[in-house]
Structure formats: C-alpha cells, structure tokens
Design a protein around this ligand. Structure first.
Ligand code: FES
Length: 153
C-alpha cells in the first residue's frame, strides 16, 4: 500500500477524498506554450516505432504514463490497465496502428482516445495525455491524473 493511501485512511470517514496533489509529482523542466504548461519528459530519440516507454511522473502508483511512437506520431496514455490495475500498458502490443493491447489479458485501447475497443469489458477507457515534440524533446501537457474512485474507499 502506498504512503498516500495510508495517509488517507484516517480521513476515510470524514472526507473520502484522495486528491492528486501536484507536490506528489517529480520535477521536470517546464515550458509555457500559449499559456499552457508543458513538462519535458523524454528525449525523442528514446522512442522506437511501436515500442512503449514508461514515464513515471511522481510518487503515486497512478502517476505513470505509457508513451508510444506509431507511424511517426506520439501518443501518451495511462500506464495502468484498469482490468487488474497493472502497470503494463507500456509493454503492450500495437494493433492496426491505432490501438494498444495490454500484454497481460488482451484488453485493448485506442491510443488517441483511450477508449476500450470492447465496450463490454468493464472500465470503458484509460486516460490519455497531450504531447508535443520540440527540438528533439517530448513535452507532456501538465497532467491532471484521474485517480480511480475505488481508491477512495
Ligand atoms: S491487466 Fe490488462 S488486460 Fe488484464
């Protein structure tokens, strides 16, 4: 059990809130572009076609993303598969150039939207994130990570 969850337990009966506190994120070099904050998370040359890279953004288990390069376009999705809450999406297989399949049990998500390709499989989607490329670096738009509701109980 992580520290954040442990610290939350005494407050369970009062607030039932698990906030994504920005202080829990690691420091990344920041850039403002048109008023939006971006974090420099990766060198572009660390990406290979159809291979995922995990980027850990902070201390909380949820604060990790999987970055993919597919046909020269970059995508970022949550690295946590909602099926069994496993941090495995970065090891997923790219399907038909627009989906990633979790390597554990095959749940598959659209890279652009995070939507589950099978609407009958539990959670409908994983979170997606905005990236831009600039001067050989990959920048992530300042994220607002969604914490699963079940962690509040
Ligand atoms: S943990 Fe991803 S499909 Fe089961």
């Amino acid at each position: 059990m992580n520290l954040k969850l442990l610290l939350t337990i005494p407050a369970l009966f009062s607030e039932c809130i698990l906030e994504s506190d920005m202080s829990d994120f690691f420091h990344f070099p920041k850039k403002k572009i048109n008023g939006t904050e971006y974090w420099e998370i990766l060198d572009r040359d660390k990406l290979s076609e159809k291979k995922g890279v995990r980027v850990v953004l902070g201390d909380d288990f949820e604060y990790q993303i999987a970055v993919f390069l597919v046909n020269g376009k970059t995508y970022a999705v949550s690295n946590i598969c909602p099926h069994r809450h496993q941090e495995k999406i970065f090891e997923g297989f790219i399907r038909e150039n627009d989906k990633v399949m979790c390597p554990l049990h095959g749940w598959t998500y659209f890279l652009a939207t995070g939507e589950n390709t099978n609407p009958n499989q539990g959670v409908g989607s994983i979170q997606t994130f905005n990236l831009i490329e600039l001067e050989g670096k990959i920048y992530l738009e300042k994220p607002e990570i969604k914490i699963p509701k079940w962690r509040n109980i």
